[in-house]
Design a binder for this molecule. Structure first.
Ligand SMILES: Nc1ncnc2c1ncn2[C@@H]1O[C@H](COP(=O)(O)OP(=O)(O)OP(=O)(O)O)[C@@H](O)[C@H]1O
Length: 761
């Protein structure tokens, strides 16, 4: 997601991109008559022959808003500095609305790349250096790789490498490009290898279990050698000699063999099931725990659908790893053991089997790259479709009320068709590889049989030995294909891991050892020169705010819409960290205390409180389900909601639907107020908490709140509700322009007086 800001020139000296190159021919001027790219960027003349056609390494964007960060990560890697996407994203300060070309330039600068944003005609594309970032479809960024014979190669962080005919390229490219090149401060760096260790160690902690699985697997394999051996014995010993006694012994042996085979595979399957469950518990719960500990900003940058999609990736990783571990142990050792027996018994037959095995591997490898690309696209399209699904279902009321269902359906179906298209392509690829493998599967026994027959005719093998080795050879090809399939699957693991690692690599909101236990707060709050902006490049939302609030005071935050009131409230909650300045509670730095402890002592009602799909009681006692009913009732009474709850069919146990659509807007607000009051907070923070109430109910709520001894911070547009405040803070454009009591501010005739006058008009 992006917003273009093409005019982002940055004065920079111009070191040669390719100093050894001679002058390049002068390019034609752009069709619009503007000076051409080369005229504007003489440094490109020194570009000379294209550098080696090294490919831009692909970095998959993990959420829709990260395309700019992913593109920059690719360009950095192309120039030799490997920086993980999460790091670039954090440095860039990506918001859910995406980033602009200016954000990319600024972040690139921090990593030692200098650059500029430029407008570019299609004819100038041939002079564009590899690793330039292109603005795409007005809402996306991709990396330019090269132009060749009417085709443009780009690397799309959402879909991978793509080649587009110029005509198609023209339809997507907005004409804005970000040119980047290393400056003197650029330092190449290798990124530490990212391993699957984080997951594998969960497996390895189960050593005893793994050992048992290994032992049972060896037994299964030893038993699997039985049938080929029996075939050889029957053909060479029993039939020529008419040895019925041996046949009986072998029959009894076969029954025993089958019995043991059955038992050992049963035990092994049980052990494996146990291993998977253990692994699942550790990985999924660990993931959920970490997710919950992440800062609010993380969730602001990603949609709910996207995150739920990643949660599902966990089970796929688990499946791949456990089946991979099993296949590695079982198929790998089986292939090695059978190959060793074949090599000793008949090196020629062994060579044939190796050739057939290599053919299998070649087919798998042939499909691997495409498979991987399709896999990434599959995940991306599914995440989009899932995110939209969740949005549509959550926003059904608005869609119905505005008659927009057909539009939503159209968009939804278009996303669904994208998913289907990728799945069709994957299906076609699988069909192709399966057909080729099918031919090989059918042909292999025939080849091996013919080759074995020739060996028997030449007198190199007995008929029995040939049949035994034949079934051994065939028994080897099955596990080999399993093994190769697993290895290929492991390659896909990277795509899933990238999505999961994005969560696991993000640091928790607070490291446990950095925080102090929080004492009971008295309600004194101090802001010292607090400034904040949502993104690095974005406007300053709060600037230099200093306030001192004493315990028990009623403080009102007023100001025009967008002046920063809610942002200030979120800073007080520690949801965002100020860029500069300090927030102190009772003289203690907020971020040095346990934020969760602090928040538990604050009562908050945000602008749109969330109602969970549970009972009224559970919703009020959300912060502590063990609270007695009396406490819940008292809070509901304070919030003037008790009578309405009692009128519900099941009173406090009445179930509420998800998001509380069975409640009126005012009831939802009072429910949230009761939730805030139930814990007897030290500080009550109300952001437009009574805006949906009628004047009478609002006055009753105000009276009830006036009896509280806690500090109250109230954000209100209806100024009549805050006239009695001990301190009124007027914000304007993120600055604190006035502070005082109602009468004083009115007498000042400033911004507050204007707001009051506007309401009286
Ligand atoms: N998550 C966000 N990312 C980027 N900008 C944001 C975000 N949330 C708010 N803003 C911007 O910050 C500015 C202040 O917003 P804020 O919600 O604090 O205003 P407010 O005074 O509470 O407005 P209102 O009275 O309408 O609720 C606005 O310009 C808004 O667009």
């Amino acid at each position: 997601m992006s917003a273009p800001e093409p005019s982002a020139p940055e004065p920079s000296p111009e070191p040669p991109l390719n100093p050894s190159a001679g002058p390049a021919p002068k390019p034609p001027p752009g069709p619009s008559g503007e000076p051409s790219l080369l005229d504007r960027f003489p440094v490109l003349r020194r570009l000379g022959p294209r550098p080696t056609q090294r490919r831009v390494p692909f970095v998959q964007q993990v959420s829709v808003s990260e395309c700019g960060a992913a593109c920059l990560s690719m360009v950095l890697a192309w120039y030799g500095r490997e920086v993980p996407l999460e790091e670039v994203r954090d440095v860039m300060g990506v918001s859910i609305n995406g980033v602009s070309a200016l954000d990319i330039l600024d972040t690139a600068h921090r990593y030692g790349l200098r650059g500029r944003g430029t407008r570019l005609e299609l004819e100038e594309l041939e002079f564009l250096p590899t690793g330039s970032i292109l603005h795409w479809d007005f809402r996306h960024f991709v990396v330019f790789e090269r132009l060749r014979a009417g085709w443009v190669d780009i690397v799309d962080p959402a879909m991978g490498r793509r080649s587009l005919p110029l005509e198609q390229f023209r339809r997507h490219f907005t004409g804005v490009a970000v040119l980047l090149e290393p400056s003197d401060t650029f330092e190449p760096a290798k990124r530490p290898p990212r391993t699957v260790w984080r997951y594998a160690h969960h497996l390895l902690t189960q050593r005893a279990l793994l050992f048992r699985i290994l032992a049972t697997s060896v037994m299964v394999q030893v038993f699997a050698l039985g049938p080929p051996l029996l075939v050889g014995l029957v053909t060479d010993r029993v039939i020529p000699r008419g040895d019925r006694a041996l046949l009986w012994v072998m029959g009894a042996g076969s029954v025993g063999l089958l019995l043991f085979q059955f038992l050992t595979s049963l035990v092994r399957s049980h052990l494996l099931l146990h291993l998977r469950t253990e692994f699942d518990v550790r990985v999924t719960l660990g993931f959920l725990e970490h997710l919950m500990e992440l800062p609010y900003v993380f969730f602001q940058q990603r949609t709910a659908g996207d995150l739920s999609n990643r949660l599902n990736s966990n089970s796929i990783v688990r499946e791949l790893l456990t089946s991979g571990a099993l296949s590695g142990i079982l198929d790998g050792s089986m292939v090695l053991a059978y190959l060793a027996v074949l090599l000793v018994a008949s090196p020629a037959l062994c060579a044939l089997v190796v050739v057939l095995g290599l053919l299998q591997i070649a087919i798998f490898l042939g499909a691997k790259k495409r498979q991987r690309e399709l896999m990434s696209r599959n995940l991306e399209t599914e995440a989009r479709s899932q995110a939209y699904q969740i949005e549509v279902l959550a926003g059904m009321e608005t869609l119905k009320a505005t008659g927009c269902e057909p539009r939503a359906l159209e968009h939804w179906s278009s996303l669904f068709v994208d998913v289907l298209n990728v799945s069709l392509e994957r299906g076609r690829l699988t069909l192709m590889t399966e057909s080729l493998l099918g031919v090989l599967r059918l042909g292999s026994p025939l080849f091996i049989l013919c080759f074995g027959a020739a060996q028997v005719l030449d007198g190199n093998l007995s008929l029995g030995a040939m049949l035994a080795l034949n079934s051994l050879a065939l028994g080897l090809l099955g596990p080999l294909s399993n093994l190769v399939a697993t290895v290929i699957q492991f390659q896909l693991l990277g795509t899933y891991l990238a999505r999961i690692n994005d969560v696991l690599d993000t640091p928790r909101e607070q490291a446990v050892r950095q925080v102090r236990p929080t004492p009971r707060l008295k309600g004194g709050i101090t802001l010292e020169k607090v400034s904040f902006r949502y993104t690095r490049q974005g406007p300053t939302t709060l600037e230099d705010i200093s306030v001192d609030i004493r315990p028990g005071q009623l403080v009102a935050l007023v100001g025009r819409s967008g002046s920063g009131k809610s942002t200030l409230a979120k800073l007080l909650l520690g949801m965002y960290r100020p860029d500069s300045g300090r927030i102190l509670y009772d003289g203690q730095e907020l971020f040095e205390m346990d934020l969760r402890d602090v928040r538990r002592q604050l009562g908050i009602v945000m602008q749109s409180p969330y109602v969970f799909g549970d009972s009224v009681r559970a919703n009020i006692a959300l912060t502590d389900p063990s609270l007695p009913l009396d406490a819940v009732v008292e809070a509901a009474k304070q919030a003037q909601l008790h009578d309405e709850i009692m009128a519900m069919p099941m009173a406090y146990e009445s179930p509420l639907v998800d998001q509380g659509s069975s409640l009126s807007g005012g009831q939802r607000q009072r429910l949230a107020l009761a939730r805030a009051l139930v814990r007897k907070p030290s500080v009550l923070l109300l952001d437009e908490a009574t805006s949906a109430l009628d004047a009478i109910t609002e006055a009753q709520v105000q009276r009830a709140l006036a009896d509280l001894s806690c500090t109250r911070i109230v954000i209100a547009h209806r100024l009549s509700t805050i006239m009695d405040a001990d301190l009124i803070l007027t914000l304007d454009g993120g600055r604190l322009v006035e502070a005082g009591r109602h009468d004083e501010l009115l007498a000042n005739g400033g911004r507050y007086a204007q707001l009051v006058a506007a309401q009286l008009r």
